[in-house]
Design a protein around this ligand. Structure first.
Ligand code: ADP
Ligand code: MG
Length: 409
């Protein structure tokens, strides 16, 4: 393995050709028409563990995408193959898909068809294959990329027309969230699917996760012109183990819900930054006050940082967001306790090598970190991080460049 290792994205031609070849090898030609679709992974600039607290997040779509080749069937059978799960062909009847009844990676795919049916859409069975250059389980949302590629594919073959405008895309995102929560059994918030379906090239997406907002109110594109600012968004896949389906994520979520209940608010979004001290004092009587206070401190301050980050970007002051990224990382590490040794090492090393800001991104416990770097300094930061991992005896990380890219199509 050459060092440092770059994780390149595929061109549209390459991604499409890969899944068409795999489809022919897996399911052959029955005369039906095979289409191809793709959807991006995402990287979150700031606003972590805020989506399920009705808060704000600011993701961008990666150039790295998951590709799907799909052919509708005349019955309700689903047959799947993935280049990332060789030899594990997956099959079900759509009528058998239900919460708790569907296991394996196919749950992310069949779950989308199930959720669209639950929403009243007439979705047929299908044969499909997938291939992806989104790193797996790296906090860059390969799961949402898979769901969202399938969602736009089913939207097209069922003639739903939802992918044609942002309101319809918000509805598709909702179906993908249900697939992930109820069929795949991962209790994630809505950020990943909204990012993959609703981000646009050259923009970050300011997501407002308050329930009841219209699609227009819930997501605002924010021009994010890194090139004009002479900056590069560097993503480091630490390859440290991360598993959101295990108990940690659910436990953080439960703490937030309990704190909101004690404080008498619908969600922690309703605690204004200026009322934080007062809210923390009101948690003092709880048996696990220290933990609850720390979780609330993170969520309330993180929502505020996200608003301030978006505001700086809107005013063309991208070079000034670094301290907000660094504060976000410290809060996730110390108050939310979801960082990992590898993530801290990326952040500390990147900052020492001249990054303007750095933080863990995604759910945490491993996964990826980001650094905002002057373009001229990228090679130096990459060499420093790569060297630090070698010195610490850790598995070599993977490096990605993240120009804000296209949504699912
Ligand atoms: P992340 O979304 O951060 O990459 P998750 O644990 O949420 O990590 O999702 C990873 C899971 O999604 C994999 O374990 C697998 O079940 C499923 N998955 C994602 N992409 C693919 C793919 N291309 N082929 C098969 N399964 C996939
Ligand atoms: Mg995921």
């Amino acid at each position: 393995m050459t060092s440092p290792e770059w994780l390149e994205s595929w061109t549209a031609d390459d991604g499409g050709a890969r899944v068409r070849t795999l489809f022919a090898a897996s399911f052959g030609d029955d005369g039906g028409e095979v289409g191809t679709w793709s959807a991006p992974g995402r990287v979150n600039l700031i606003g972590e563990h805020t989506d399920y607290n009705a808060g704000l997040a600011l993701p961008v779509a990666l150039p790295h995408r998951t590709w799907v080749a799909l052919r509708p069937r005349t019955d309700d059978v689903v047959r799947l193959a993935s280049a990332q799960a060789p030899g594990q062909t997956w099959e079900t009847r759509l009528a058998d898909v239900a919460p708790g009844a569907t296991t394996g990676w196919g749950a992310y795919v069949a779950g989308v068809a199930w959720a669209l049916r639950e929403a009243g859409h007439d979705v047929p069975g299908f044969d499909a294959v997938v291939d992806s250059c989104v790193p797996f389980g790296a906090g860059l949302s390969s799961s949402a990329a898979l769901e969202c590629a399938v969602a736009v594919a089913l939207d097209a073959v069922a003639g739903l027309g939802l992918a044609d405008d942002d309101a319809g895309r918000a509805a598709l995102a909702g179906a993908c969230v249900r697939a992930e929560n109820e069929i795949a059994g991962a209790p994630t918030g809505g950020m990943d699917q909204a990012a993959s379906l609703r981000c646009t090239a050259g923009h970050a997406l300011l997501l407002d996760c308050r329930p009841g907002l219209t699609p227009l109110e819930s997501a605002t594109p924010v021009p994010f012109d890194l090139t004009a600012a002479g900056l590069t968004l560097l993503v480091v896949d630490t390859r440290a183990e991360h598993a959101l389906v295990d108990g940690q994520y659910a436990r953080r979520r439960a703490s937030c819900e309990r704190a909101a209940e004690v404080l008498g608010v619908a969600s922690l979004r309703d605690v204004a930054p200026e009322d934080l001290d007062d809210a923390l004092a009101r948690l003092d009587a709880e048996p696990d006050a220290e933990v609850l206070r720390a979780r609330v401190r993170h969520v309330v301050s993180e929502i505020d940082r996200t608003a301030r980050f978006a505001d700086l970007v809107r005013r063309g002051r991208i070079t000034e967001v670094g301290p907000l990224m660094n504060d976000s990382h410290a809060s996730l590490r110390d108050d939310y306790e979801v960082s990992a040794r590898e993530l801290d090492l990326v952040v500390d090393t990147a900052l020492a090598a001249g990054a303007l800001g750095a933080r863990m991104t995604g759910g945490g416990f491993g996964g990826s970190a980001i650094a905002l770097v002057r373009s001229a300094d990228v090679d130096g930061v990459v060499a420093a991080v790569d060297g630090a991992f070698t010195e610490a005896g850790l598995t070599a990380p993977g490096f990605l460049l993240a120009p804000p890219s296209e949504p699912a199509r």
